[in-house]
Design a protein around this ligand. Structure first.
Ligand code: ADP
Length: 459
């Protein structure tokens, strides 16, 4: 069912329900008040009749004839009977005559609705006729219960019901209009957001939803779908760039391999050990690249694949450094370290090794003559701080913001033919962030570089 139809229907339903409940409650309340008012009125009337008859009775020396009371009874629409002090009926009006008035009302076309109501029971009430304080007779008034009430109450009730019906119809018409406006105000922006989602599904990721509404939730929904579009578009861009970067990176070693192999086939190059080892180097570079690519997923993906254990990070770091010493010595570089002992950490050990391995490999690649690398490890407020500082070639200011991006390599690095892939630091960043840590760099061109890694002891 469409939202607008649903809203309109619920709106109309609640209007009808409230009118029904209001009319029911007010009808019964007014009825009660009205009836008690009319009963009081009747009592006053009977008291008046009693007074009039009493005066007449005293004036006529305790004797009244049918003639005296007939007109009076007929006028008042009641039955009147007078009994003397011995309780003997002195006179009475005709019952038929009194009831006739009631019947006359019943037959009146104007009062036709009264026929739906029972005429009520015939009742009699007796009142003492007094001379001073002495009871000198009895007055009996016969009437049809409800006969007065029904007449006035019904007119009133009918008017009330009519007014409720008229106001009900007006409210329903107004409500219908308001609900259409209201539901339009809600559904129009929703339709707009739905169309945006459809466009995005079709691949049109630049399409944005524009809604004109003051409803917070709808505004938020529209913002969310726009944000989703932006994220999807930027991810699509990243994927595209990633694919071109990979293709570009793979092309260089493959072209070299191809040209060397062609040279061997054409007999330009002898198939000697020297030439094969050049080919081998290119193959190794390719396999390094593939290995790096495998690890260059983003932090969220790494997080899923971490196997955390508790281990002594001081001992582990020292082991890695010791393993690197021969590589530094080979190139006449030196490596020094100062590690706070026995710091325990809870993280993925292999990932930690890879972080340090990548940073130390970089420092070897980018050191100059008399190169020194200094590594420190400290514990600071439930965090482990590792610094790797070198006095190498440094990084130019303009390169600094990009070095953690995939495939980013400075011109110097490219020219130096370090054999780097431009993935090392992006992998370091992903791994550190996957452990809720941060990695920072400080560098001065031609002077040296310092990487700082902060890892929470437990996350
Ligand atoms: P690469 O495989 O090129 O080393 P990385 O992602 O490891 O890729 O590093 C990105 C770039 O950051 C490098 O090309 C280099 O320019 C710079 N870089 C990284 N480490 C250092 C360092 N210790 N000294 C100087 N430059 C560095």
């Amino acid at each position: 069912m469409k939202l607008s139809k649903k809203l309109t229907m619920s709106f109309i339903f609640s209007i009808i329900l409230s009118i029904f409940i209001i009319s029911l409650i007010s009808n019964s309340m007014i009825n009660r008040k009205f009836e008690s008012f009319l009963v009081k009125e009747r009592e006053n009337r009977f008291e008046q009749i009693r007074k009039d008859i009493n005066d007449l009775y005293l004036k006529n020396s305790y004797t009244l004839s049918q003639r005296d009371i007939a007109n009076y009874a007929s006028l008042e629409g009641v039955y009147i009977e007078i009994k003397d002090s011995n309780n003997q009926t002195q006179c009475h009006s005709s019952k038929g005559q009194n009831m006739g008035m009631h019947r006359k009302m019943m037959n009146n076309g104007h009062m036709r609705m009264m026929q739906n109501i029972s005429a009520g029971n015939y009742l009699e009430r007796s009142f003492p006729l007094l001379d001073g304080k002495n009871i000198v007779g009895t007055l009996i008034i016969g009437y049809i219960d409800n006969s007065y009430l029904t007449e006035s109450a019904l007119i009133f009730k009918n008017t009330l019901t009519k007014s409720f019906m008229v106001s009900g119809i007006i409210t329903i018409i107004l409500g219908f209009g308001i609900s259409i406006l209201l539901s339009k105000g809600l559904t129009n922006p929703l339709v707009n957001i739905r169309n945006t989602a459809i466009e995005m599904r079709k691949g049109n990721l630049e399409y944005r939803s524009k809604v004109n509404t003051s409803t917070t939730e709808i505004l938020e929904l529209s913002d969310s779908i726009n944000f989703l579009g932006e994220t999807l578009a930027s991810q699509a861009n990243i994927r595209k760039r990633y694919a071109t970067d990979i293709a570009h990176e793979l092309r260089t070693p493959l072209t070299t391999l191809k040209s060397h192999l062609e040279a061997i086939i054409d007999g330009v190059w002898e198939p000697s050990e020297k030439h094969f080892s050049i080919l081998m180097e290119e193959v190794e570079r390719l396999s390094d690249l593939v290995e790096d690519l495998k690890n260059s997923f983003n932090a969220e993906e790494v997080k899923i694949n971490t196997k955390k254990t508790q281990f002594n990070i001081s001992a582990e770091l020292e082991k890695i450094i010791i393993a690197f010493i021969p590589l530094y010595n080979e190139k006449n570089f030196s490596i020094d370290y100062s590690l706070e002992e026995n710091i325990e950490i809870f993280m993925d050990k292999d990932k930690f090794r890879q972080i340090i391995y990548n940073l130390l490999s970089n420092s070897i690649k980018y050191l100059k003559e008399n190169g020194i690398v200094f590594i420190s490890l400290k514990k600071h407020e439930e965090k482990v701080v590792i610094k790797i500082k070198d006095n190498g070639i440094g990084i130019k200011k303009e390169d600094l913001p990009f070095i953690f991006e995939r495939f980013y390599r400075s011109d110097i690095s490219r020219n130096k033919e370090t054999g780097g892939t431009g993935l090392g630091l992006s992998i370091v960043k992903s791994l550190v962030e996957a452990h809720n840590g941060i990695v920072e760099v400080q560098s001065e061109y031609n002077k040296g570089t310092e990487f700082t890694i902060v890892l929470p002891i437990e996350y």
